[in-house]
Design a binder for this molecule. Structure first.
Ligand code: UDP
Ligand code: MG
Length: 314
């Protein structure tokens, strides 16, 4: 089709009423400076603070803005997924609405894309205005995922990135529901490179990622890209069986020799409690995977839109 834009910018929004106008202004400034055609896909992830009206109004004022309004809050990863589904650009950029990812960094991302890289991810060098707790947990999380998963997910990298149309088409064909996009984009492969930037403080408002959502994202990342938790039961089982095989003859010999060391219930109770605990944890881990299988089998739509332009035909 002749009128497909060169670039699509995807912005997920959840209660960001004080950020939207500034985000629009700065993204427009940067994108206009490229001299290319572009579209701004703003996904409203069930906001309740008036962001929805602002997004709708932006869409009426500027035809480059495509508002996608969700029927409820589906979460950040799903909002970005919807943006990818509706995007038409030859290169697609994912960016946060709170301006923590400075839109000016899009220019170096585009430069790398022009050099022939299909995924250009932005690496958080420094972080500004975030609590030590967030910085610490985030850093721990990225390293844990890196260690236990099979795909090479770059460290300290969020969803702020540019992807070539070919990569986006592959991502759009992956329908898993518990999504961890940065892992998926690493799994897909293609020629990738990182660009380091300084992550700014939020322009306004507060983080929409409380601890609970962060843990859920971490869980999705781990279960989505690793069997390691499932294998833990095997390892613990071998260790426990190994200990008991060594311990049984020792205890028998000590009893025959008249030792009093293994009388009493405390040691038995502790062993039972310990193994009971380990078994319950393993059951819980199984439950996490089975719950996810159940979600996949149900095959519900990933998101429901209440207002959106027509979906581009693939
Ligand atoms: N967001 C969303 N749905 C949610 C939570 C967050 O669309 O359920 C958006 C939010 O509006 C922002 C981006 O995802 O544009 C990143 O969220 P936030 O800045 O709160 O996360 P942080 O930067 O603190 O990790
Ligand atoms: Mg943020």
């Amino acid at each position: 089709m002749p009128n497909k834009p060169e670039f699509s910018i995807i912005v997920p929004v959840y209660n960001e009423k004080d950020c939207i106008q500034e985000m629009y202004r700065r993204v427009s400034e940067v994108m206009n400076s490229t001299g290319q055609t572009w579209e701004l896909i703003v996904v409203d992830d069930g906001s309740m603070d008036g962001s929805t009206e602002q997004i709708r109004e932006l869409g009426e004022r500027d035809k480059k803005v495509k508002p996608i309004i969700f029927a409820r809050n589906f979460g950040h990863q799903i909002a970005v997924t919807a943006g990818l589904d509706y995007s038409e650009g030859k290169a697609v950029v994912i960016i946060d609405a709170d301006l923590q990812d400075p839109p000016e960094v899009i220019l170096p991302l585009i430069e790398k894309w022009r050099e022939g890289y299909q995924v250009v991810y932005a690496v958080r060098g420094e972080r500004e205005g975030e609590s030590w707790f967030k910085t610490f947990t985030a850093s721990f999380f990225y390293r844990l995922i890196h260690k236990i998963t099979d795909v090479n997910i770059p460290l300290d990298t969020g969803d702020f990135r540019l992807m070539d149309r070919r990569v986006v088409d592959v991502l759009n064909s992956m329908h898993e529901r518990h999504r961890f996009l940065r892992g998926m984009s690493a799994w897909v492969g293609f020629k990738s490179i990182g660009v380091t930037y300084k992550r700014a403080a939020r322009f306004a408002g507060e983080t929409k990622y409380p601890l609970k959502k962060m843990l859920l994202l971490a869980l999705n990342a781990i279960t989505g890209f690793s069997y390691f938790p499932l294998q833990l039961a095997t390892y613990v089982g071998f260790v426990a069986a190994g200990i008991s095989i060594i311990a049984i003859p020792i205890v028998i010999i000590m009893r025959i020799a008249g030792s009093q060391a293994f009388f009493g219930q405390a040691s038995t109770l502790l062993a039972v409690l310990f193994l009971g605990g380990v078994q319950l944890i393993c059951l819980g881990i199984l439950g996490e995977y089975i719950g996810r299988i159940y979600d996949e089998v149900k095959g519900r739509p990933l998101y429901i839109v209440s207002e959106a332009p027509e979906k581009p035909s693939k």
